[in-house]
Every structure is written in C-alpha cells, then in structure tokens.
Design a protein around this ligand. Structure first.
Ligand code: GTP
Ligand code: MG
Length: 339
C-alpha cells in the first residue's frame, strides 16, 4: 500500500481501482512517497527522476517502455503522440529510476502546442538527469539545435545525456557519424547510442542514468510500473488505436476522454467502459467513423484488446465520436479535455 495515495499495489502493473488519488502521489515529497522503507536495500541505493526530451517522433516513449519493460506510454509514427508527462518506473536491485517521458518539443502552432512545450520545460527543472533523444536516421537539424540551446541553461545544474535512438535503422558507420554530429550541438555529460526495438544498450542506458541519481530510498512501491491513472491509460490506448492510419492534421485533432469505467453489475469478470473520441470538424468525424462505421469499429476492437491486456479482465468498450470545434486553440475546451 502506498502511504500517500493509499493505492493497493500488487504484481499487476496497475490495478483497476488504483487511480483515485494517484495525482497526489505524484507530488509526494521523497520521504513520504517512499514505500517499503529501505530495509534490506543495498548500500549506495539510488533513486530519482530522469526525463527524455527531443523532437516529436524521436523515440522517447518507445525507449521509456523498453526501459520499464512494459507499455506505459503509447507510441506512433505521428508527431506529438505524447501529450502529457508520463512516469515509468524502473526497479533495480541497486536503485529506482523514475523516467519522465515528455511530449516532443516543437514549434507550437496552437495553444495546445504551447502548453505541451511549457510542460516539457517545467519538467527539465525538476529532474536529476535529462536524456536528449535524437534519432539515428535523421540529420541533426534546427529543431535539435533549438532544444540544445534551451538545454544549455539546464545543463549548468542538471547533467544532460545525449542519446542517439533507433540505431537498428542505420549502419554502424551512420551511428558513429550521428554521435559526432550530436556532440557538436552541446556539451553532454555522456553520450550513448541505443535501440529500443532490438534492445541495443538499453540496459547500459539504465545504468548510466541511475549513476546520475542521488542516493536515497525508493520513491514508489515495489511492482508499480507507472503512476498513470488507469482511466488515462485506457484513454491513451483508445487514442493510439485511433491514430493508426490517419494522417495530415487529423492526428493532432484527436482527443479521447473516458467518461465512465465500472465493473458490470453482478459480474467480476467484465468492465464497462464508455468513452468519447473528440475531433474538431464534421469531415474528421466522417473519417474516424469510416464507411458504415467500419473504421470506428476497428479502432474499438484494437483498443479493447490492449485494454483487456492492461486490466487483465474482459472489457465492453462503448465508443462515441463528438465534435469539439477547434479545441486545440480554445482554452475552455482544452481545460475540459485535461490540458
Ligand atoms: N526502428 C525503430 N523504430 C523506433 C525506435 N524507437 C521508436 N521507434 C518508432 O518511432 C516512432 C516514434 O516513436 P515514439 O516513441 O512514439 O516517439 P516520441 O519521441 O515519443 O514521439 P512524440 O510523443 O510524438 O514526441 C514509432 O513509430 C516507433 O515505433 C527504435 O529504436 N527503432
Ligand atoms: Mg511520445
């Protein structure tokens, strides 16, 4: 049981009813959030926060999932998939590494974009180490240089590790060239190439980040892999399914809200989930719906499979599409959608 948020913890990654007071736990000071004490912990046990930053699509969320060993963040090849900070927890005998995955930093075109960027910068100042992710298969460009210039300010207090991601996509020679190119943009505490897909150096990155954390007791109870509220994880899995196969502006326009998530009366093996997929225009609604509703049905089927795996129970998923006109630019609607 977590002292702060009274969450019951078990072997499962997350438990169905674990989300009620999770937000309070996020803010919990080190000491009170520490669960289980440090009895029996080895000397030199370290704990703290690391965050991944980088352009949209750099592979931050995929790397977070690879390090945690389970899916805590949704991923896609659409930019700006991540829209809030997500914590993934890596438990090791010698420490606990809390990874904070952030939205990709980009030139904002909407109020939503501005809010996401603010969130990223806020996170930098709160962590013990920053991992700056640059994909191996794309040239180090103005977007990366912009981030590096911002990070220079942070680097005075917080070590920044340069991470070349997606090394499986290129030759060794290209990885070497990318490491050299990255070295030019700022001064790093360390620099390392990794691949979240084939696992290349993922453990080494975990070692490296852990070394940068202060000594201290664990911050989260054993077995917790994320402090994401379950309702949020479910909404994200629906959004991930909805992102598949859509393009241009549409990925940005999709938001998902889970309205209700309750066990079916008289059944302990079935959960009813009612959720809304928001889009900004009627034309977008037609695309998501598809011919005779086929596309939405497919989204529901894909999402349900992932949600059932997450919750470990059967799920009835009721999905509806709603139009929230220009929600990305409207402060009131952004608030309603949780931004
Ligand atoms: N081949 C390969 N693909 C990867 C790797 N890591 C990520 N990808 C792919 O790159 C795309 C973007 O990955 P994400 O993890 O969603 O990227 P992100 O940086 O979190 O993106 P935003 O949340 O939009 O900022 C997805 O299609 C991933 O499958 C990797 O190590 N190798
Ligand atoms: Mg992401």
């Amino acid at each position: 049981m977590c002292e702060t948020c009274e969450r019951v913890t078990g072997d499962a990654a997350v438990s169905v009813r674990s989300y009620t007071r999770a937000d309070q736990c996020r803010k919990a000071p080190r000491k009170s959030a520490a669960a289980g004490g440090d009895n029996g912990r080895m000397d030199g046990y370290r704990s703290g926060f690391a965050c991944f930053v980088g352009r949209p699509n750099a592979g931050k969320s995929t790397l977070t999932n690879a390090l945690v060993g389970t899916k805590v963040a949704i991923t896609s090849n659409k930019p700006q998939t991540t829209r809030h900070t997500i914590r993934g927890i890596v438990h090791r005998p010698d420490g606990q590494l809390v990874l904070v995955d952030t939205p990709g930093l980009h030139r904002p075109r909407t109020l939503l974009g501005q809010r996401l960027n603010d969130l990223v910068r806020e996170t930098w100042s709160e962590v013990d180490v920053v991992g700056f992710c640059v994909p191996a298969d794309q040239k180090v460009g103005p977007g990366d240089k912009f981030i590096a210039a911002e990070l220079e300010k942070v680097a005075k207090r917080t070590p920044v590790v340069g991470i070349v991601t997606k090394t499986d996509l290129v030759s060794q020679q290209q990885v070497m060239e990318q490491l050299l190119a990255l070295q030019q943009v700022m001064e790093f505490a360390e620099i390392i190439p990794v691949s979240a897909v084939d696992g290349f150096q993922v453990d080494k990155l975990s070692d490296l980040l852990l070394q940068k954390l202060p000594e201290g007791p664990p911050l989260y109870p054993d077995g917790d892999l994320t402090d994401e509220p379950e309702q949020t994880l479910v909404a994200e899995l629906i959004r991930e399914a909805a992102l598949e196969g859509v393009r241009d502006e549409l990925p940005h326009s999709i938001a998902v809200v889970v309205e209700e998530m309750l066990p079916r009366e008289g059944r302990d093996d079935l959960i009813d989930i009612h959720a809304f997929v928001f889009v900004e225009r009627p034309s977008q609604k037609a695309i998501i719906l598809g011919h005779r509703g086929e596309r939405l049905k497919q989204v529901g089927t894909t999402a349900r499979k992932h949600i059932e795996a997450l919750l470990g129970t059967r799920v009835y998923l009721d999905l509806h599409i709603k139009i929230a006109k220009d929600w990305q630019r409207d402060p009131k609607q952004l608030r309603r959608l949780g931004f």
